[in-house]
Structure formats: structure tokens, C-alpha cells
Design a protein. Structure first.
Length: 538
């Protein structure tokens, strides 16, 4: 016997690893692919804008894979494989405001590092501005005999000069893994130790005592600065966090000049194997640990993984292929993390985005980055080097602007919206959907495809909805307050979903897919379904 039909409202809120909506947070979604939260309305999602080409390295000799980027002021500094010195990376500077490269003198074959393989685990090169005029490059391709790290001298800003070598007075014993500026000194990670330069001179280590040994022989994998809130004296105390593999972290504070240099092991057994996925944010430092994305607060405490147990996204990071290839950064109030996801068929490269205002994830986003860094000049955005795209840098935003486009590197963007399995009726009985509607804004003549899919992947029904033309508003020919103001590509309203047959299921998910275009928005899903008078089929 049929029971009275009941309504169910799905208010999408964020991406989740959860499979079953019965045990997930309200509005948990399996996919919000290439969708971002609308800035106007909670539970409403709009297509993200396409990445736009920033530069294709015109003038470089057969430009290849970009191996490192860093945005400092209005310039992007980096290294790229090229045939200028075959088999080597060369440094570059791209001026964002001028949309042009800055010529660097002093580049030779011997003083540049050999290019690493673009696949498999690697040791990511690192760039750090130590002083106003000296920028240090570490790269595992330096020969370790004469050349240990690179120095870009920008004393003459329009005519920067490149050189490489080792520290004077006391030389580094091996090619450094990483470098970071701290209290005006360069801190070089060499095996399990941090060698620190003289103040304001990254190329000199005067005393043999200018070294901190970090425990056992496990090498340092990443360095990041973290300002600490000082509750006793107020203000902040600068610190440097050193990661040693996946299990150990150290904190450096103070300086020899003020006789308060200190090294302390942090009281948690975790770390990172993803040096490029350590990101400083206004909410602390975030890093990808073996058990997910963890925060380090400004009090120096390490938090639990965010998004674990279906509360968000965690599974792709647990199953990362080559963790050292992951990358992340923060901008537009969003933490973006790129990963090769080994937990699904085909092991695709994907990005997952965490919105700090809403505390929810979106994704997986396509056109994933092999490198990304935030830009704060001209517009808040990211500069990216996408996976599989050589000799190009792109600019990428989270929220669309008036001039945003939706074709990315020659490919039209599409989006996907999919619920987790709808909550179980807990009656040990089957269900039948009798009515469905969905809140949409669809540009004229654009079609959106909807599917009902049961828990084993069977497609129950497929239909489409097409946006209607919107009449233009003519000045003087409308009632004030009763007409659409501004540029309109469609109305936001509830659309009836014209299923061609009833949907019978125990649990199911609903998907919607379409082409990305300005004026598209998707929100609440409304279903009316009956609990049927029979139990699960055998």
C-alpha cells in the first residue's frame, strides 16, 4: 500500500566524500564540478570562470615545463626548461603590469640546473626573497660541485643579474632541498639541518656554528614562515616551521643577534610529503599531511584534518599519486589544492577548493595545476602552470567578473552538480518520485541535462531543461519596480523536471550537467516521493 507522499528539499552546501546522505551533513554533494558558491545567496552555485592565458613565453627557445613560480610584488619569478641550454632550466621574470618578460643577464649552461623529469615524485625547486635585492633559487639539478643554488640580484631592478655558487666563508655541504627567508637571513635546508646565512647577506655564512641540526637523519622536506600570537607581550613573534617528512615538524624562533635563537620539536606526529602544498593563509598555515589537510594556527597548534569522515573532502588527498607533485595556495578567501586522485578510475588530475567563509569544498575542478601561486597585483587571482601544458602560464580566478570567459585553453567549460545518495527513508521500503523541481537560472536556449541514478549506478531517467528567451526591458515601456534591471540572461526560478516515467528506487542521486556560461546558476532540488508498500527486492 502507498503511503502519503512527502516533500524532500536538498539545499546544496558543499562537496563531500560521503556516499550516503543519511549520514552526511545537510546539502552534501558528490560533485560540484567547476562550480563555485554564488556571492549573493547561500546554497546557490555558479560556473567558475575559465583560466586565461597569461603568457606563452614568446622569445624563449622551445619553452617546456615550468618547474617553479613565485609572485613577488608585480613580478612572477620562476624557472622553465628550454633549449637555451639544452637539458637545463633557465630563470625568468614576467612583469604582470607590463605583460612582458624582463631580460636577465648572466645565464649560462654551467650555472643553471638540469631539468627534472615531469613525472613521478620529485624535489620541487623553491624561490625565496631574502632581502630587497637578493632572491635565492634552490633546485635539485644544480651540480653540487661548483653550483649549489642560484641568486638573482635585482639591485638594478630593470637589469637583474643571475649567478649560482655556494655560500662564502663556510660552504653548504650539499645542494639545499629548500630555502626560506627568516629574520633577514636565508635558511637553507640541507639533509637534516638548517644552515642560516649572515643577516641581510644570503650568500655568506661567516661562522661554522650557523647551523641547526633537526634530530635524526631524515631530511627536511619543506619550510614555511608562521607568525605566532604572543599573549604575554601582545603582537606577534615570527617563527619558521620545518617539516621533516610525514612525521616530524620543528619550530624555529628568535635570532643569534638577539641571543634568543630556539629550536623546538612540535608535539604532534605528523608532517608533509607535499612541499608545494603548504599554504600560508589569514587563518594560519595549511598543509597536506598523510591523513588529510591540516591547519597550523597562529598559536602554533596543529588541528585535525578538515573534511574527514564525510564532513568535506579528504579521500583524494589520502590517495594522492606522487604526493610531492601536489600544489596549493590561497587567494580570494579560497584554498586551492591540486592532486592526482588515485581513488577513482583513470587517476585524473583535479583541484579541490575550500571556501573559508562557508567552510565547504567545491570540485573536482578541471584543468588542474602542476604549480600555482597567488597574485595580488592588478586583480586577486592565481598564476598557474596546468598539468600537461608546457610553455604557458595562466591567470585563474575563483569568482567570475564581467569580462570572464568560459573557454579554457581552447576547450569549452562544462559543470556538474550531483547529490550524494538521498537520505534513506528508514522504513526498509522502496520509494517512488512523483514530482521534482529544481531552482535554476538558465541562459536563453541553453540546455541542462538531469539524471536520476540509483545506488548501483543504473540510470533511472534522463531529461533536459532549456532556458527560455527573456524579453528586453525598454526604457519608458515598463512599470517601475516590476521589470528586470540590468543585463539578464535568464530568470532564476523553479523549473519542473519532466521525468518521462516514475523513478522507483531505494536510494538515488540526482545529477545536473551543462555548459558553463555567464548567467547560469543552480540551487535547491525539490522532490516529492512516496514510500512504497514493499521492501527491498531480493
Amino acid at each position: 500500500m502507498l503511503r502519503r507522499s512527502k516533500p524532500l528539499t536538498i539545499r546544496p552546501s558543499g562537496l563531500s566524500d560521503a556516499q550516503d546522505g543519511t549520514n552526511a551533513f545537510p546539502g552534501a554533494m558528490t560533485a560540484l564540478t567547476n562550480l563555485v558558491p554564488a556571492p549573493t545567496t547561500a546554497g546557490l552555485f555558479i560556473p567558475r570562470p575559465a583560466s586565461s592565458l597569461l603568457t606563452s613565453f614568446a622569445g624563449f627557445n622551445n619553452p617546456g615545463q615550468v618547474s617553479v613560480i613565485s609572485c613577488i610584488g608585480e613580478r612572477i619569478y620562476g624557472m622553465i626548461a628550454s633549449d637555451r641550454n639544452i637539458g637545463h632550466d633557465e630563470p625568468f621574470i614576467y612583469d604582470i603590469n607590463a605583460s612582458a618578460f624582463v631580460t636577465i643577464s648572466g645565464i649560462t649552461g654551467p650555472n643553471t640546473p638540469t631539468t627534472q623529469s615531469p613525472v613521478g615524485d620529485w624535489t620541487p625547486p623553491v624561490i625565496a626573497a631574502i632581502t630587497a635585492t637578493k632572491i635565492i633559487f634552490t633546485h635539485p639539478g644544480f651540480d653540487g660541485v661548483t653550483h649549489f643554488f642560484g641568486t638573482l640580484d635585482i639591485t638594478t631592478y630593470a637589469s637583474p643579474a643571475w649567478s649560482s655558487g655556494n655560500t662564502a666563508s663556510h660552504a653548504l655541504p650539499a645542494v639545499p632541498i629548500s630555502v626560506s627567508g627568516f629574520n633577514g637571513r636565508a635558511y637553507y635546508a640541507v639533509n637534516n639541518a638548517l644552515y642560516f646565512s649572515d643577516s641581510l647577506d644570503p650568500n655568506t655564512i661567516t661562522n661554522a656554528s650557523q647551523v641547526l641540526v633537526l634530530g635524526d637523519n631524515q631530511s627536511v622536506t619543506a619550510l614555511v614562515g608562521l607568525p605566532l600570537n604572543n599573549q604575554l607581550i601582545g603582537g606577534t613573534v615570527q617563527s619558521l616551521i620545518a617539516f621533516k617528512g610525514a612525521e616530524v615538524m620543528y619550530q624555529v624562533t628568535g635570532d643569534p643577534a638577539t641571543t634568543n635563537l630556539a629550536l623546538n620539536e612540535m608535539n604532534v606526529i605528523t608532517g608533509t610529503l607535499a612541499p608545494n602544498a603548504v599554504a600560508a593563509t589569514p587563518y594560519g598555515v595549511f598543509f597536506v599531511a598523510p591523513d588529510g589537510v591540516r591547519p597550523i594556527s597562529f598559536q602554533g597548534t596543529i588541528g585535525d584534518p578538515i573534511g574527514a569522515n564525510g564532513k568535506g573532502v579528504n579521500n583524494p588527498f589520502l590517495n594522492a599519486i606522487n604526493p610531492s607533485r601536489m600544489c596549493a595556495d590561497f587567494n580570494e578567501n579560497t584554498l586551492r589544492i591540486a592532486v592526482q586522485n588515485g581513488s577513482i578510475s583513470g587517476q585524473p588530475y583535479q583541484e579541490y577548493w575550500f571556501d573559508f567563509s562557508l567552510k565547504h569544498w567545491t570540485g573536482p575542478h578541471t584543468f588542474a595545476s602542476s604549480l600555482m601561486r597567488s597574485i595580488h597585483v592588478g586583480s586577486n587571482s592565481f598564476v598557474t602552470a596546468p598539468v600537461g601544458v608546457t610553455g604557458k602560464l595562466f591567470s585563474s580566478r575563483v569568482q567570475p567578473q564581467l569580462n570572464s570567459t568560459y573557454t579554457e585553453n581552447g576547450t569549452a567549460l562544462t559543470w556538474a552538480y550531483q547529490t550524494v545518495l538521498l537520505p534513506d527513508n528508514q522504513q526498509m521500503a522502496m520509494n517512488k518520485v512523483t514530482q521534482t523541481s529544481i531552482a535554476l537560472q538558465i541562459p536563453a536556449n541553453l540546455s541542462i541535462t538531469l539524471q536520476g541514478i540509483d545506488e548501483v549506478g543504473n540510470i533511472l531517467n534522463v531529461v533536459s531543461i532549456t532556458g527560455a528567451n527573456v524579453a528586453s526591458t525598454i526604457w519608458g515601456a515598463f512599470t517601475w519596480g516590476a521589470a528586470v534591471w540590468g543585463s539578464v540572461t535568464g530568470y532564476f526560478k523553479q523549473y519542473f523536471v519532466p521525468w518521462t516515467a516514475p523513478l522507483v528506487f531505494k536510494q538515488m542521486s540526482v545529477t545536473a550537467t551543462g555548459m558553463s556560461e555567464a548567467g547560469t546558476a543552480i540551487g535547491n532540488l525539490y522532490l516529492r516521493y512516496q514510500i512504497l508498500g514493499y521492501s527491498l527486492p531480493f
